[in-house]
Design a protein around this ligand. Sequence first.
Ligand SMILES: [Fe+2]
Ligand SMILES: [Fe+2]
Length: 280
Amino acid sequence: MANLMQLLAISDLHLSQASNKDAILKMSDHGDDWLIIGGDISEKPELHEFLFKELNKRFGKIIWVPGNHDLWTEDARDQQIERGVDKYNLLVELSRSFGVITPEDPFVEWPEKLQDREGSLIIAPLFLLYDYSFRPKSVNRENIKDWVRQVHAECSDEFLLHPTPYESREQWCKARCDFSIDKLSDIPSTSTTVLINHWPLRLDLINLPRVPRFTPWCGTTITHDWHKKFRASVVISGHLHTRRTDFIDECRFEEVSLGYKRQWNPDLGIDYYLRQIMPL
Ligand SMILES: [Fe+2]
Ligand SMILES: [Fe+2]
């Protein structure tokens, strides 16, 4: 019997690190399989080009969502460099030029028949950002930085991820959630989904013992029940650099980060870190 086509996922490749970039060149040929890239490729668009060129040789289709590092503008003093929504749009156009599916494109249907259910499976890449709502009730929005600095530094997004032309990252997040709710609501009720977002959809999926107060930069409470509301079989995220699998309400939540060079073992090869999403 022919092997079933696979849907695979990985995130947080952080290709600015030379060893991570080298690993891409050693990746196997996966034929017609599809690959989800869950954000944090690099701050540099030229590394997105490098990645998509290499992945197009090894996969049938690539699906991409942005991470916070992708959206960073490292030298904001330079008026010529895109920031905020302009940087996102630049990456969307770059991705499309390689045939990569982005959160701005129509959702795609998984072409294989599902083994355990009727109806189609819709793959939904999302860009939702965060709004600082992942924080204790006792901490006000304006006190977050003081609360965080008691234990460790705040996220570099504060200096490098510009919300332009929105006034705040919260406003941008709200607009992204509204856009995504409209799009997800159009999926027929007979379909199940694979939801993909760089940031986790729920606070209870976050466990960061070394930086416990990093949570305000990790998502939004708006998405707490989206796995039920939008009939997800699997929810894929990255950002935390803590690879794990969780089950909530019979939905599978996959954190698929590769991470910085000390967070994975090159002896295993990068193919080891491609998480199988389908077949289930
Ligand atoms: Fe990351
Ligand atoms: Fe990230």
